[in-house]
Design a protein around this ligand. Structure first.
Ligand SMILES: C[S@@+](CC[C@H](N)C(=O)[O-])C[C@H]1O[C@@H](n2cnc3c(N)ncnc32)[C@H](O)[C@@H]1O
Length: 284
């Protein structure tokens, strides 16, 4: 039985194949059916997500293991101040009935918290079916009927032009042109990204030579920056499993030699910096 039921999201969705509008059929576990001549149909999986990745884009994104590590770490609550700050910013800029797109939503920790505000309609997309499945299950467990989750690339969102009030982009690839296409005129893009000192303590426990994070290359260049804020605090990560989960969430996971990874094995407690940039851009 599908928990999701939200007309604002339904009206914004497009068939990824023929770009026609869609309707949601609530029979059995539910399906999304396009209104084009070929009536393409997409079944909701039992967890409540639907695969809207065009065939060439299917596959990719975070693995099952990476999704579980992220989920377990986020459930410790150590990143909750980031979620709270984001929600405060959303409340400052959006009206309660806004359509918010979570682009690269991962396992849905932030999406579920955004959907918690009565009124926002939430559409989360991720390239990873494991992440999208986890996100839908997380929202379903909380009974969020206003939260929709689909497998799709942020570079090709199954959404109509000028349909969204806001896009949130949290530690995920930033596809400015695509976000601009789906945003209404004056619509807002909220980018949450690692600041220079983010996870410095984690890096110190692995590497001998430490580099601060550099500015990302994919930040928006055409939209107008209207708000820029930094959140910094320290966390104590307790237990080796949590430390390894945090490490698995970072880009270093893929770049670190086995010798350096070994250094984490004996670690039971880690103190590290959290340094996050919150930027709000407006479509002009
Ligand atoms: C670092 S995780 C962040 C997830 C989530 N926003 C969070 O902060 O918990 C990055 C996510 O982007 C997804 N991703 C990577 N490339 C993508 C793309 N082209 N389109 C959609 N999602 C993508 C990955 O599968 C992963 O779930």
């Amino acid at each position: 039985m599908l928990t999701f039921k939200d007309k604002t999201v339904e009206d914004a969705l497009l068939c990824p194949i023929c770009k026609s509008r869609v309707e949601i059929i609530y029979e059995n576990s539910g399906r999304l059916q396009c209104k084009g001549p070929k009536t393409h149909s997409y079944d909701f999986a039992s967890g409540g997500y639907v695969n809207l990745g065009a065939p060439v884009q299917s596959g990719g994104g975070d693995s099952k293991q990476a999704v579980r590590a992220r989920s377990d770490f986020l459930n410790t609550g150590l990143y909750e101040p980031i979620a709270r700050k984001l929600k405060k910013l959303l409340a400052e800029y959006l009206t309660p009935n806004a359509l918010v797109v979570d682009a690269g939503c991962g396992e849905g920790y932030y999406s579920e918290l955004i959907a918690e505000e009565d009124g926002y309609a939430l559409a989360g997309f991720d390239l990873s079916k494991f992440a999208t499945d986890a996100a839908a299950k997380r929202a379903k467990a909380k009974g969020r009927a206003n939260a929709f989750f689909g497998v799709a690339s942020v570079f090709s969102l199954p959404l109509a032009d000028s349909s969204a009030d806001a896009v949130v982009n949290i530690f995920a690839p930033c596809a400015e042109n695509e976000y601009s296409r789906v945003l209404k005129d004056g619509g807002l893009l909220f980018v949450v990204a690692a600041g220079p000192e983010h996870l410095l303590g984690l890096k110190k426990s692995i590497y001998t030579k430490i580099h601060r994070n550099e500015a990302r290359a994919d930040m928006p260049v055409q939209m107008k920056l209207i708000h820029n804020e930094r959140l910094t605090y320290n966390i104590n990560v307790e237990g080796n499993e949590s430390i390894k989960n945090l490490f698995a969430m970072t880009p270093y996971y893929w770049k670190t030699s086995q010798n350096d990874v070994q250094k984490l094995e004996a670690l039971e407690r880690l103190e590290t910096e959290i340094d996050i940039n919150f930027e709000v851009y407006q479509k002009i």
